[in-house]
Structures are given as structure tokens and as C-alpha cells.
Design a protein around this ligand. Structure first.
Ligand code: IPE
Ligand code: IPE
Ligand code: MG
Length: 259
């Protein structure tokens, strides 16, 4: 925490270090529009987006955030052209190889959220390598959502519960919220406190539907390739200015919530 406090002074003195979001999720949007504005290709836009990923991970680590979830590829993104999809997976592999040493050095654990089925073999290999290499790290979790859909995640959880019920391992009347939460792709994280979306779009696009039920949403006008540490700090400052109620009175504090 001492290091985090020192970093925070450098990052943004407006941030109250005692009320940090424990789990931040980001919908990284706007690579295509960024490229179009500069007369570049969509592929160049995605390439430029890699910098934002690095800065988001770095800033969260420096501040002392426990978990950062990043929406990299949705179950709906398969609707894009084969060329764009291939580019995205090629860039993911490139990113992993370029950044893995730095990520591991800072004791960051990389986790995966999504459906493995349907991913290109190369992406599976690189992701598995990254996950296995960092599995014992505990400084921060970076959870990458690839081939991820919030509805798919809930459908997969429902199927797992139905399998257990059919095999006699549980009774339908035992199904409750905790049981569903335990069957999500990454079950052992605090719920999302702060959800950030770039590019000004006011929508969720099927991201973490269960986990964001009481997240504070901050939509930034900037496009993802322009995202930097200051943008993250601005979002945290906005989050800290909110009054979280969880359905109760303003002073109600839900167990486990940090703000
Ligand atoms: C986000 O940028 C990257 C992914 C969804 C993979 P977009 O490619 O969606 O960029 P825009 O929304 O077209 O600007
Ligand atoms: C959401 O962005 C998905 C990711 C950031 C990976 P999209 O650009 O795919 O979302 P829509 O189509 O604008 O809703
Ligand atoms: Mg988009």
C-alpha cells in the first residue's frame, strides 16, 4: 500500500486511496473510429489500442486495484469481417508475447473469461501460456474477456447447474444467487465496482451482465487508442463522487464494497 500511495501522488492527487474500486471493468471501444479520423485502417486502430491496454494495466497496478477486467472480443464480434477478426487475434498473440515478461515481473495474474470453443488454435496456445505462466502471481488480476458474452456466461452457468441437478448433486430448490455466481467464468472476484466505457457509447454490449448489477458506470468521450492513465484517474474520481446506495439509504454500505 505504501508504494501505491506514493504512485497515487504521482498519478492523481484527487484520488482517495481509501476508497478505491476493488474491481474495474473496461469496455475498450472506439479503435475503428480513431482510425477513420486519422485516415488509417481499422487494423491500425486495433494496433494502436494495445497501448491503452498496457496503460490501463499499469495504472491499476500502481494504484493497487485488485482486479481489472478488459473486454477484448465479444461473442458478437464474430459478425465482423474475417479479415478484421483475424487481425484482432493476431494482435492479441503479438501483445501477449510483447508484454508477458513485464506482466509477470509485476506479479500480475492473467485470467481468461469467455468460451474457449471457437477460438483460433494459436490464440488458445498463447492464452494458455500466458495464464499458466502467471497463475501464481497475486499483485493484481487482469481478466481478459475474449469470445465473451454476458448472456453466454449465464447460459453456461445455467447448463452447469442443470447438469448437477440432473445428476442428483443438487435440488432445484437449492438454486440461489451464490450458486449462479460460483459458476461464472471467473467466480472468485468481487463484483465490479466501476465500469468504464470509452468512445461515448452509452451501452453495455453484453458485458458482465451479472457482475455489473451495482457497478457505477463512467462513459468517457475519448476513443480507446487515446486512453491513458489520466483517463483512468478521471473515471476513478467520477466514481468516488457517486453515492452508492445498493437499493438502500445513501449511507448503506454493502458488505465487501469499497466505496
Ligand atoms: C473496439 O473498437 C475493439 C473491439 C470491439 C474488438 P471497435 O472496433 O469497436 O471500434 P469502433 O466502435 O468501430 O470505433
Ligand atoms: C464492445 O464493443 C465489445 C468490445 C469492446 C470487445 P463493440 O464495438 O463490439 O460494441 P457495439 O457493437 O458498439 O455495441
Ligand atoms: Mg465499437
Amino acid at each position: 500500500m505504501e508504494t501505491a500511495k506514493k504512485e497515487q501522488r504521482v498519478l492523481d492527487p484527487r484520488i482517495d486511496m481509501d476508497r478505491l474500486p476493488r474491481h474495474i471493468a473496461i469496455i475498450m471501444d472506439g479503435n475503428g473510429r480513431w482510425a477513420a479520423r486519422l485516415g488509417k485502417t481499422r487494423a491500425q486502430g486495433h494496433e494502436a489500442g494495445a497501448r491503452g491496454v498496457r496503460l490501463a494495466i499499469e495504472a491499476c497496478r500502481e494504484l493497487g486495484v485488485d482486479a481489472l477486467s478488459l473486454y477484448a472480443f465479444s461473442t458478437e464480434n464474430w459478425r465482423r469481417s474475417a479479415t478484421e477478426v483475424n487481425t484482432l487475434f493476431r494482435l492479441m498473440s503479438k501483445y501477449i508475447h510483447k508484454e508477458i515478461d513485464e506482466i509477470d515481473k509485476h506479479r500480475i495474474r492473467v485470467r481468461f473469461m469467455g468460451r474457449w470453443e471457437g477460438l483460433p488454435a494459436r490464440a488458445v496456445k498463447d492464452l494458455r501460456y500466458c495464464i499458466e505462466r502467471t497463475q501464481n502471481n497475486r499483485a493484481m488480476d487482469a481478466i481478459v474477456a475474449i469470445n465473451y458474452g454476458g448472456r453466454a456466461e449465464l447460459a453456461d452457468a445455467a447448463r452447469a447447474i442443470a447438469d448437477d441437478a440432473a445428476a442428483g448433486r443438487l435440488r432445484p430448490q437449492d438454486v440461489d444467487e451464490q450458486m449462479i455466481a460460483r459458476r461464472l467464468y471467473v467466480p472468485d472476484h468481487p463484483e465490479v465496482d466501476l465500469l468504464i466505457r470509452t468512445s461515448g457509447e452509452m451501452r453495455i454490449s453484453n458485458f458482465m451482465l451479472w457482475q455489473i448489477s451495482y457497478a457505477e458506470i463512467v462513459v468517457l468521450p475519448i476513443l480507446w487508442p487515446d486512453f491513458d492513465k489520466q483517463a483512468l484517474c478521471d473515471a476513478i474520481v467520477a466514481y468516488q463522487g457517486r453515492s452508492r446506495r445498493f437499493g438502500g439509504r445513501p449511507e448503506t454500505k454493502r458488505k465487501g464494497a469499497s466505496c
